[in-house]
Design a protein. Structure first.
Length: 417
């Protein structure tokens, strides 16, 4: 039996919400209900950052659609408010419609032909440096000169390097301008991370680097992630939600250069580095990646065709990363316990603490932080259905299922009502 915990046993609590399209927002709301049933309270509303009381969740980390849940929570919308809005009733929360999510990208011939030219320049080889063939006309860094059309030297040279596949340099079909406007409507006149009482962090994956951008009030560089300040909450949220092949990457100018961001779940969405940086003693990771588990009444996904096979492949890939993250966290914690036990035989208490802290820092773990993962583990039907379904039926189905499953997982961890 695990030790029994109370919410007030923890002074700095973080909730991390990852993506999974619209269905993930419903899942996280169910997790929130389960947490509130166990005495946890959320720091919400506008004003200066506050130091949380025991049992208060003041650190909210969101990636992809999980960023929307984190913003809704930080802005002070409670579960009934959100529920009424999704059910189409009067609510403090502005309603969201499919037209807000799916706004068509209107291509322009000039930019399309520029992309073809860039692809040809890249293949030519000698134009790879100093240019990259990927810059836009409005990027003005003198250190990285642009590729001009004159670089394609004549019709013969163009034909020599041109391939039919260069015509496929198209954009994703949708842009997220509508979602950005909707997020602004949630927090009118407070579209800054500094305006929230809670500590909000929104993750996005840098398209051109192997690092996660952590949009917040801070500016710090780390090996695998970087804190970025000065970006509006609404802009950060759509950076985090730009699903490749569905939505166009979202640009943000940082350090004088335009950078492009895609879905925050692409790179390290479940690593609890932010929680460690802010000395949290409890990190709760809520993830709605629900790969299908065989059920006799449904059978194999192979018999449902390629779309289901692809969806399952993506779900399994993301889910395996969640499980690997959980496994690594548990293994590192166990290794530290063994190390501490061995060193305690030879070192005094002060030296022991210092050396354990040094080893923990090298292993990128926190000695004082407990981590729990809340994710779907039963009901194969959660895998099916339109992931962008905003209907009351889908909302109610996932909210109830999430509350039940999260409650069972919290019970196993020793958090009981």
């Amino acid at each position: 039996m695990p030790p029994v915990h109370q919410s007030t046993d923890f002074r700095r609590v973080a909730l991390r919400a990852t993506g999974g399209k619209v269905k993930a927002i419903f899942w996280h709301l169910g997790v929130r209900c389960a947490l509130e049933e166990r005495g946890f309270r959320f720091v919400t509303g506008f004003g200066p950052h506050v130091e949380p009381a025991p049992g208060e969740i003041a650190f909210l980390v969101g990636s992809s659609s999980g960023s929307i849940f984190s913003i809704l929570t930080a802005a002070g919308f409670d579960v009934p408010d959100i529920m009424e809005s999704f059910l189409g009733r009067a609510s403090k929360m502005p309603p969201i419609h499919p037209s807000s999510i799916f706004r068509r990208h209107v291509p322009t011939p000039g930019r399309y032909f520029r992309r073809i030219r860039n692809a040809v320049n890249l293949r030519a080889g000698e134009e790879l440096f100093p240019g990259t063939g990927l810059r836009q006309p409005d990027d003005t860094l003198t250190a990285e000169p642009q590729i001009s059309p004159s670089r394609v030297k004549g019709v013969r040279r163009f034909i020599r390097y041109f391939r039919a596949g260069d015509l496929l340099v198209i954009r994703a079909p949708y842009i997220l301008d509508g979602m950005e406007a909707w997020v602004r409507s949630l927090i009118p006149d407070h579209d800054r991370f500094e305006d929230l009482r809670a500590h909000l962090f929104i993750l996005a994956s840098d398209l051109d680097a192997t690092r996660t951008a952590v949009f917040s009030t801070e500016d710090n560089d780390h090996l695998w992630y970087r804190y970025v300040s000065g970006v509006p909450i609404s802009r950060a949220s759509i950076c985090s939600m730009a699903i490749p092949s569905v939505f166009n990457p979202v640009s943000v100018r940082i350090d004088g250069r335009k950078r492009y961001f895609i879905d925050g779940d692409v790179y390290n969405p479940t690593e609890t580095m932010i929680e460690s940086d802010h000395h949290c003693d409890l990190a709760i990771v809520s993830s709605f990646e629900a790969p299908y588990r065989f059920h006799p009444a449904i059978g194999s996904l192979h018999h449902l065709g390629l779309p289901y096979e692809i969806t399952q492949t993506i779900a399994l890939t993301i889910y395996s990363r969640l499980m690997q993250s959980r496994k690594n966290t548990r293994a590192k914690t166990k290794a530290m316990e063994i190390t501490r036990d061995l060193l305690s035989r030879y070192l005094d208490e002060e030296t022991l603490e210092r050396e354990c802290e040094r080893i923990a820092a090298a292993m990128e773990i926190s000695l004082s932080m407990k981590t729990i993962f809340l994710h779907p583990y039963s009901n194969p039907l959660l895998f099916f259905g339109n992931p962008f379904d905003l209907s009351p039926r889908m909302f109610a189905k996932i909210l109830v299922e999430a509350t039940i499953q999260a409650s069972e997982l919290l019970d196993r961890e020793g958090f009981r009502t």
